[in-house]
Write a protein that binds this ligand. Structure first.
Ligand code: CA
Length: 231
C-alpha cells in the first residue's frame, strides 16, 4: 500500500492535518490543497492514486471538482473518496452520480479513514476486470453467470433476471455504495427492458430469497445500497 500518492482537498486546517498525519503514518505520499482551483491544478500535475475530497469548499464545490476530475482523460481513473458531513445525503447521491468511488462521513476516526482508503485502493485494482467476471464470490454468496446460478451458503436461490443482474453488479463491487439511479443504469444497461424500475422492490425480493444472509445487502439511508464488504 505504501508509495501510493494521495491528494487531500480540504479547507479546514484541523481536519486537513488529521487526515494528512494519519495517512503519512501509513506510508502514503500525501499532498494537499485548500480549495478547488488549487486542488485541480495539483491533481492534474501529480496524477494521484486517490483523492480525499471535501464536499463543502469555498468557491468550486466538491461535486464540480469530482466531475471535472472524472471527465478529464488523464485523471479519470483516479479514485475519489468524498468527505461529507452528516445530512449531506443528497450531495452524496450527486457525487456518486458524477463518479465518486466512495464517501466517508464526518466525524470519523483515523482508523476508519485509513481502512476506507485502503479498501478503495484495493477495489480500484479490481475495478477493470470485475465486471466481466463469470464467477463472483463474496462471503457466503456465490454467483455464476455462466450457469445463471446463485448460491448462499451452498443453498441455491432462484432470482428473476432483474434481481440476478442487480445482485451480480453489487457483488462485483463489494463495499461500494450505489444510488438507485446508478443501479438502474449500470446494472441493467440500456439494452435491457426493466419491467419494474423501482429498485427497492427488486432489492426486497433478493433479500427475501437470501433468507440466510438478507443483511448482506445494506440500505444506506438517503443514498442507496451496497453489498457488505466481508474482509
Ligand atoms: Ca469544508
Amino acid at each position: 500500500m505504501s508509495n501510493k500518492k494521495i491528494v487531500i482537498i480540504e479547507d479546514e486546517p484541523d481536519i486537513l492535518e488529521v487526515l494528512s498525519y494519519n495517512l503519512k503514518r501509513e506510508g502514503f505520499e500525501v499532498l494537499s490543497a485548500t480549495n478547488g482551483t488549487e486542488g485541480l491544478a495539483l491533481v492534474s500535475k501529480e496524477i494521484p492514486d486517490l483523492i480525499l475530497l471535501d464536499l463543502m469548499l469555498p468557491g468550486m464545490d466538491g461535486i464540480e471538482i469530482c466531475s471535472t476530475i472524472k471527465n478529464a482523460p488523464p485523471t479519470k481513473n483516479t479514485l475519489i473518496i468524498m468527505v461529507t458531513a452528516k445530512g449531506e445525503e443528497s450531495d452524496i447521491v450527486l457525487g456518486l452520480g458524477v463518479g465518486a468511488d466512495d464517501y466517508i462521513t464526518k466525524p470519523f476516526s483515523p482508523k476508519e479513514l485509513v481502512a476506507r482508503v485502503k479498501a478503495v485502493l484495493r477495489r480500484g485494482v479490481l475495478l477493470d476486470t470485475s465486471e466481466q467476471k463469470e464467477k463472483v464470490e463474496v462471503g457466503a454468496l456465490t454467483i455464476d453467470t455462466n450457469k445463471f446460478e446463485v448460491t448462499v451458503s451452498g443453498k441455491n436461490i432462484r432470482l428473476t433476471a432483474t434481481e440476478f443482474r442487480l445482485l451480480h453488479y453489487l457483488a462485483s463491487h463489494p463495499g461500494r455504495v450505489f444510488s438507485r439511479e446508478q443501479l438502474l443504469s449500470r446494472a441493467m444497461g440500456d439494452d435491457v427492458v426493466v419491467v419494474d424500475r423501482n429498485i427497492d422492490v427488486h432489492i426486497r425480493g433478493i433479500r427475501k430469497k437470501m433468507d440466510i444472509e438478507p443483511s448482506m445487502i445494506e440500505t444506506i439511508r438517503g443514498v442507496g445500497y451496497r453489498l457488505r464488504d466481508i474482509d
